[in-house]
Design a protein around this ligand. Structure first.
Ligand SMILES: [Fe+2]
Length: 568
């Protein structure tokens, strides 16, 4: 029972409520005005999905003045026509955000620039004489409008028909009603507090909290990494063992905000439980329970998940994470573009987007990450995952299978004499594993419509020519699979060798780019190597036992869209 996923949910809401409470305190504290009404449309931080709402309100309150203010924090990181409308008690439209434009009463205002690429902080002051708008701390427009009546209730309705699975709290991160207009000073201060919080990737204010709750990465036969981040330096005790009560523990005295704790000295092929008890200035955060299996050294059956391009849709990633969990894989591969552009200065893409969708899964299923162009500087990649090397390429083994992880954003190393080319050749030469699988982000072969030339007007390169310089190694050492993402759709090739279909000795190329990125599409013609295409969100599950492997791919509803079996 204790390993049942639902028991995580019994713990997580407490932490979740704490975070919400702290966030509420923080937002209330940004204004000295009384009678302020602020609604936090919270982070979707659980796999249950039942926190999602598409309509909010009506929020009722006493207000006799026709002068008031509304404040919004918006995260708009999708390319679709999405938004929301705010109406008063008579159904009169006060404000609308839709596809990068703001409409106030009957006037449409071109929205200003976003901050951190995808966020907007908007304050609208409603006066009897007109309207004043502050966007990202700056006054953008000031205009006359219809007479505004006193507002006693507000209802917010999401507009998400063009974006599968998206709901209001995925976009509107906070909303406030103020019974009088905000001063320029107050709205600037509110913006500054917001941007500082975002800059730090913080989910709440100054009170102790997890920015990234503890999760599992990089399992080997003898170890696993447990990593997490708090807003203030923390100490911790990590207890672990084969059953409860947990017999072993590691005390972490060194205070850090990001903790990277390798649990070592474990036994191969063994089920473990762990619990992380974190303290900040003597205050205990809620304990986090984990479970995982170490890699078996002997040949035994195992299962792993395969996804790529989680990017900008936590609401999609949450669904995919739940499906992966239903399969109880031993670990899962995340083949790059973990974020859309989560380089050093964009920590918010990790904390508000990636971990929001995937953290719960990673408390029970360790992740094997691959860096994509979105994560190419490896800054947060190395800090959060603590991989075996800091260069983005490494090998790991599970049972009778060797996995070779490449850092394909450094594709200048993908040719004879290049660092990764030479490393891979050396590793493949030494490998005695029954199955050899290469993991990277970019595509050696792809039927994508426009990344490698415009396929609607003529032939394309059918993949990245620089990445394809590694193919001779895959051929020479009979690599069984090459798995990647980057293009946001699903494609499986026929087994290929010497740039031809070879069903006996070829390498199968599997592109599984269908997690939370914006979906892409295929060329109009069937390409010579293609065995299956699918446009839609998806995930794959691989089952390996001795000389057989089977890979099943499912769409986001859990329906099978492709399978592939290979025997040796
Ligand atoms: Fe990519």
């Amino acid at each position: 029972m204790s390993s049942d996923y639902n028991t995580i949910m019994a713990v997580k809401p407490k932490r979740f409520i704490l975070i919400l409470f702290l966030l509420l305190l923080f937002t209330i504290s940004i204004t000295a005005q009384n009678s302020t009404m602020k609604h936090i449309l919270h982070q979707n931080y659980q796999l249950t999905g039942n926190q999602q709402v598409n309509n909010a309100g009506p929020f009722q309150f006493e207000n006799s003045s026709t002068e008031f203010a509304l404040e919004f924090v918006i995260l708009d990181h999708v390319k679709s026509n999405v938004g929301f409308t705010v109406r008063n008690q008579n159904g009169k439209k006060l404000f609308q955000y839709l596809a990068d434009s703001i409409r106030i009463a009957k006037t449409t205002v071109a929205a200003g620039s976003k901050v951190k690429s995808y966020w907007r902080h908007i304050v609208v002051n409603y006066f009897e004489s007109g309207v004043e708008v502050f966007e990202n701390g700056l006054q953008t427009v000031d205009f006359n409008t219809d007479t505004i009546t006193a507002v006693n209730a507000i209802e917010i309705n999401g507009i998400f028909d063009d974006e599968y699975g998206m709901q209001l709290n995925d976009m509107l991160k906070s909303f406030a009603f103020y019974p009088q207009p905000l001063s320029h000073e107050s709205s600037t201060e509110s913006y500054n507090t917001f941007i500082t919080t975002l800059q730090n990737g913080m989910l709440a204010g100054a009170e102790p909290h997890f920015i990234v709750p503890p999760f599992l990465a990089m399992p080997t036969s003898k170890s696993v990494n447990i990593n997490w981040e708090t807003n203030l330096p923390s100490t911790a005790k990590v207890k672990f063992g084969k059953s409860y009560p947990l017999s072993d523990s590691v005390q972490i005295e060194k205070e850090n905000t990001i903790q990277q704790i390798p649990l070592t000295g474990l036994e191969p092929g063994t089920n473990y439980y762990a619990e992380v008890d974190t303290a900040i200035n003597g205050m205990q955060l809620p304990p986090v329970k984990l479970s995982f299996k170490t890699a078996p050294e002997s040949s035994e059956a195992f299962r792993f998940g395969i996804i790529a391009d989680t990017e900008s849709r936590p609401f999609i990633n949450t669904k995919i994470a739940r499906h992966l969990w239903d399969n109880r894989p031993d670990f899962f591969l995340l083949l790059g573009d973990i974020t859309d552009g989560g380089q050093k200065d964009f920590k918010d893409q990790w904390t508000f987007e990636f971990f929001t969708g995937m953290n719960s899964l990673m408390q029970r299923v360790p992740v094997i990450p691959v860096a994509g162009n979105g994560d190419a500087d490896l800054y947060w990649f190395n800090r959060y995952f603590n991989p075996p090397t800091e260069e983005g390429f490494y090998k790991f083994s599970w049972s009778n299978t060797d996995f070779f992880v490449l850092h394909s954003s450094k594709s200048e190393e993908f040719e004879k004499g290049g660092k990764q080319y030479e490393w891979l050749e050396n590793e493949l030469e030494q490998s005695k594993a029954a199955w050899k699988i290469v993991l990277l982000h970019h595509a050696p072969y792809s039927s994508d419509e426009d990344d490698f030339g415009n396929s609607w007007e003529g032939p394309t390169d059918l993949g990245d020519p620089q990445i394809r310089k590694m193919v001779p190694l895959f051929d020479k050492y009979s690599v069984d699979f090459v798995m990647f993402g980057h293009l946001h759709c699903y494609e499986r090739s026929w087994p290929l060798k010497n740039n031809k279909i070879d069903t006996q000795n070829g390498t199968a190329y599997l592109m599984t780019g269908g997690a939370g990125g914006s979906l892409e599409n295929f060329a109009p013609h069937h390409t010579w190597f293609n065995a299956k295409t699918f446009r839609g969100y998806h995930y794959s599950i691989a089952n390996v036992f001795e000389n057989s492997i089977r890979i099943d791919t499912y769409n986001i509803d859990g329906s099978l869209i492709d399978f592939y079996e290979k025997q040796k």
